[in-house]
Design a protein around this ligand. Structure first.
Ligand code: SF4
Length: 190
């Protein structure tokens, strides 16, 4: 199911937006047609505020700089100028989970790494999303029957999008991010 956005959450967002606009205008001489004033007008309508919050979430995904095995090489390709992921709002890889909301699990996950991966996930900002990138993250890949590798990251974390391939291409990750955007915006469901 696509994630639900409780009305209360949007009310809090609207209140916070009003507070920020008020603070930004306080003590300054601002022409009535500047952007902040327009945002203030817009934020008075809860429906528009709700849409703005959702639009912002959809268009500012921040992946975590995090790789586990050979699939992580493809993440480097994803961050290259050829893919130019920023044009769609997939901003630069963040070096800390506290500034990230998308975990790209790229590579196999050993049982000894599970607590660390879970800890990183729990440190990410909410709402947070997971993409299982490649066969290993999806189902264990070539190590499907290994004694020390789990059969997919979905055994320990909720996965939003799966990407097939060994390894998948950076273009596949680009497509997965588009799918994630559609899921967040409610265009598609699980
Ligand atoms: S899916 Fe293939 S390329 Fe990716 S981590 Fe597993 S073995 Fe390596």
């Amino acid at each position: 199911m696509a994630e639900e956005y409780p009305e209360e959450e949007f009310k809090i967002a609207k209140k916070e937006m009003d507070r920020l606009v008020y603070e930004s205008l306080k003590g300054r001489e601002v022409k009535p047609n500047v952007m902040f004033a327009k945002m203030s007008d817009l934020s008075r309508a809860l429906g528009i505020s709700k849409g703005m919050v959702k639009w912002s979430r959809v268009n500012s995904l921040w992946p975590m700089q995090f790789g586990l095995a050979c699939c992580a090489i493809e993440l480097m390709g994803f961050g290259s100028a050829r893919i130019d992921a920023e044009r769609k709002g997939y901003l630069l890889f963040r070096s800390t989970p506290r500034q990230s909301d998308v975990m790209l699990v790229a590579g196999w996950v050993t049982k000894s790494m599970v607590p660390e991966v879970k800890r990183l996930y729990e440190q990410m900002t909410e709402p947070r999303y997971v993409i299982a990138f490649g066969e290993c993250a999806t189902c264990g890949g070539p190590w499907f029957e290994s004694y020390n590798i789990i059969r997919g990251i979905d055994q320990v974390l909720p996965v939003d999008v799966y990407v097939a391939g060994c390894p998948p291409k950076p273009e596949n990750l680009f497509e997965a991010m588009i799918k994630l955007q559609e899921k967040i915006s409610g265009k598609i469901e699980d």
